[in-house]
Design a protein around this ligand. Structure first.
Ligand SMILES: Nc1ncnc2c1ncn2[C@@H]1O[C@H](COP(=O)(O)OS(=O)(=O)O)[C@@H](OP(=O)(O)O)[C@H]1O
Ligand SMILES: Nc1ncnc2c1ncn2[C@@H]1O[C@H](COP(=O)(O)OP(=O)(O)O)[C@@H](O)[C@H]1O
Length: 216
């Protein structure tokens, strides 16, 4: 009888190099910055700006972008509620698909600052990713931009297609986005103006500095 997939026959092998040692080497705390928000709200832009800012401070980060991962790791996934959940967190039903939450957790364990940028519309999925990580190592950043702004931007023309009924189940149009209830950072308009990517990245970096993530 095959024992493949039987957790009873799988054992944890301890790595002699501990996470704190890796963090000391990098002089930073491994963590996940999880950027959530509507399509077009600026997630990828913030992820890039934050990555650049951290790099300039000598901090090692890596971006996991939903759109990009759907070209590779998760290319067989669609946008049904089940697929979105699978994209973000392995449900255990499908052994071939990698969960971004699990991957982000591995990056954080490696000592990196993992920047995950996904719509991640469902609260339960984000909370499940949070639960994968040690306490306070999951920094949820909510891109709280109005739907109208995202739709006006529509850089890929997807909102237009969704309004025309040519894409079904589009987040914010005919599929829900559940805003976070207790995120660490909320980014929003200031006096009706969108902060620059640099300003937004600065807000995240300030939080990380204050919370001690940028030193071992
Ligand atoms: N139905 C539907 N709803 C929402 N988004 C859609 C859809 N179909 C395609 N796209 C494009 O896919 C990008 C979102 O992928 P994600 O992996 O971040 O989505 S999710 O977290 O699994 O919901 C998203 O990219 P971003 O604009 O960068 O968010 C869209 O370009
Ligand atoms: N802070 C910002 N100020 C002005 N334009 C922005 C800002 N952030 C993003 N944009 C623009 O909005 C569009 C969508 O941004 P993007 O980062 O692709 O969003 P998402 O990853 O959430 O879909 C892009 O054309 C981008 O240049």
């Amino acid at each position: 009888m095959s024992t493949v997939g039987n957790p009873a026959n799988i054992f944890w092998h301890e790595n002699p190099v501990r996470k704190v040692e890796r963090e000391k080497l990098l002089n930073q705390q491994g963590c996940v910055v999880w950027i959530t928000g509507l399509s077009g709200s600026g997630k990828s832009t913030l992820a890039c700006s934050l990555g650049r800012e951290l790099q300039s401070r000598g901090k090692l980060s890596y971006v996991l972008d939903g759109d990009n991962l759907r070209h590779g790791l998760n290319k067989n996934l669609g946008f049904s509620p089940e697929s979105r959940t699978e994209n973000i967190r392995r449900t255990g039903k499908c052994i071939h698909k990698l969960s971004i939450g699990e991957v982000a957790n591995l990056f954080a364990d490696a000592g990196l600052i993992c920047i995950a940028s996904l719509i991640s519309p469902y609260r339960k999925d984000r909370d499940a990713c949070r639960a994968l990580l040690p306490d306070k190592k999951f920094i949820e950043v909510f891109m709280n931009m109005p739907l109208q702004l995202c739709e006006d931007r529509d850089p890929k023309g997807l909102y237009k297609l969704a309004r025309e009924g040519k894409i079904k189940g589009f987040t914010g149009i005919d599929d829900p986005y559940e805003p976070p209830l207790n995120c660490e950072i909320e980014l929003q308009l200031k006096d009706g103006v969108v902060p620059t990517p640099h300003e937004m990245a600065g807000q995240v970096v300030s939080y990380m500095e204050n919370e001690g993530f940028l030193e071992a």
